[in-house]
Design a protein around this ligand. Sequence first.
Ligand SMILES: [Zn+2]
Ligand SMILES: [Zn+2]
Ligand SMILES: [Zn+2]
Length: 334
Amino acid sequence: MLEFRKDPVIGRWVIISSERGLRPNDFSLSSDPQAEKTCPFCPGREHLTTQEIYAIRPDHTPPNTPGWRLRVIPNKFPALQIEGHLRQRADGIYDKMNGVGAHEVIIETPDHGKTLSDLNEQEIREIFLAYRSRILDLHNDKRLRYVMVFKNHGQAAGASLSHPHSQLIATPIVPKRVSEELIGSEAYFRYKDRCVFCDIINQEMDDMVRIIESNDHFIAIAPYAPRCPFETWILPRNHLPFFEETPDSAMSDLAVIMMSLMQRIDIVLKRPPYNILIHNSPFDYKFPEAYHWHIEIMPRSTWVAGFEWGTGFYINPTPPEEAAEFLRNTQLAR
Ligand SMILES: [Zn+2]
Ligand SMILES: [Zn+2]
Ligand SMILES: [Zn+2]
């Protein structure tokens, strides 16, 4: 079963995807160094994955053979499937539609044992170029409205395979969390005639207490009201609603700030599990002056528990001013 179902009380869609229960989980063996010997994402096991749809192959080797530096493949156990029609329909008082969408895996490096903070600037830049290329391609599918790019690192953050990878899920509906940001940003823009994220950047540049680092094109901050200790955002310094419109000239700065931020997080929090996500404008977004794409990084040092589930309040023991200071003052080995 693969379908979207709508909660009739608050209008939130969920994805019911029974296939997902079948996917492999090498963390059951994670203390076992043998996991690498069967990892489907390692070079030489391309035959175990779906056919690649994008790759960076410096040696111009044939598709689905070793020689790549990065590969993108359809998820073998997708949360959504690319074939079919949406067919939104009633189910008594309820609403549902077919689980149409795209679910892709970005295998970030051939090196099983590396993490983001071990990759160099060029390797990280190529990951962002892959995201951009895939988002632009998915624009062509008129059923789709949103692409969520995300990374789960570590079992506690929801990863099921340890080989470095990120994912994207393209959906026919704008997700609720994203809509909340869009609605809030639009309300702010109507009131002040300015983008709220541009205003945040300006204020953080003045205050200088929650900035971790910045370069010509990007800034990394601890947000004013973080949900968890060491939550961190990266934003383009100039107003930019669409990630996929990030120019080549800014991609190196993005790779540099991502690389050093992940190194800082790994040093301060001793290589924690984390989630990374890109919040972007929907494909056909009609209010691009109000929204500003950004990356959110959530190290998983505390668990979201009953109170947070029940209320939407997050209890965070670490003030962002302290988190930013720790991260900012970390000496990087360069
Ligand atoms: Zn591997
Ligand atoms: Zn802006
Ligand atoms: Zn966001």
